[in-house]
Design a protein around this ligand. Sequence first.
Ligand SMILES: Cc1cc2nc3c(=O)[nH]c(=O)nc-3n(C[C@H](O)[C@H](O)[C@H](O)COP(=O)(O)OP(=O)(O)OC[C@H]3O[C@@H](n4cnc5c(N)ncnc54)[C@H](O)[C@@H]3O)c2cc1C
Length: 341
Amino acid sequence: MTERQGGSDVGQNAVVAKRDGDRWRLFGQKFFCSNIGCEVALALARPEGAAPGTRGLALFLVRRDGPDGSRNRYRIDRLKDKLGTRAMATGEVTLEGAHAELVGAAERGFAQMTAMLNITRLHNAITAAGIMRRAVMLASAYAGQREAFGRKLEAHPLHREVLGQMAAEADGALYLTMRMAQLLGRIEVSAADAAELALFRVGIALAKLYTAKQAVAVASEAIECFGGQGYMEDTGLPRLLRDAQVLPIWEGTTSVLALDVLRVLSKGDALDALGAELERLHAPERGDVLDLARKVRLEGGDTGESMARRLAFSLARSWMGGLLGGAGVEVRPRDIGLPLR
Ligand SMILES: Cc1cc2nc3c(=O)[nH]c(=O)nc-3n(C[C@H](O)[C@H](O)[C@H](O)COP(=O)(O)OP(=O)(O)OC[C@H]3O[C@@H](n4cnc5c(N)ncnc54)[C@H](O)[C@@H]3O)c2cc1C
């Protein structure tokens, strides 16, 4: 998807698809291609003469090799020198008439990519929950060994408080993410009703944006829990933080997803579905956060947009608190929040 002129603003995409008999060829540059050594990739491109914006984007499958084993026509201009996720190469690519197969109807390219994004956003949240769990596990184990001021770290009330907040974030991320997995599962087997569809639309954006942000906060806190040792590469902790830092960026940045939440909530059914879910779970502070959602909706315009992140974080926190409470995990609402206090 991502080209130099825009990752969030995919409607600006400029890669062109040209007809070549009954086949297609792609021309132009893609600025971020992860897993660059892959055998097949999906790419958005604009067929010649198609409409501007996302409406004119079609989805194509690009194979690395032709049927005779020859390389397809694209060039890897360079590999990115990244902060993290270094085990997976990301490259910049120039498509030089690459052979491509149209996937689905040409005018449904972006819609099809959106369906894929729901899955990658869920994977992002799963990774965030996993990173947080690992950070909590390592910090807790260390606290049981390391002594300061004549006591194990875990015996210090303030350190226990820090570990408790980290664990609440990790638990909350897992429960919210698994709720999304449950909803997506029901959608995929056509068992979801209209309310569940609306709930997933808003929930997947909330789950992705909130867990990603918290993974960075929790990984950073874990480093601090190890003191100076946490800053050392050979502990593996710096890598945890570097890898976590990509989670809020790809698959939709925090602000872009918060605006998405706002857009979805502007349709009454999503807010009703979310309200019913929070009520069912007796979610903490549900009255206040739903009031805030109505206020932001009413406000609209620039003021509404500027409040989108605050609203999204409040909704996610309340939802997570409700899910944890319903599962019998005791959590104080103040334990969940950004940044870790
Ligand atoms: C390691 C890595 C691998 C990647 N792999 C892939 C890949 O395989 N395929 C792919 O397609 N992309 C990939 N990406 C690209 C990634 O999806 C984009 O970087 C991301 O979508 C953001 O787009 P951008 O970089 O153009 O930033 P921009 O869209 O320019 O955003 C810059 C900042 O502006 C903010 N912003 C943008 N619009 C608004 C708005 N309306 N209101 C408020 N704030 C706004 C954003 O939140 C962000 O903080 C990868 C990125 C990384 C880091």
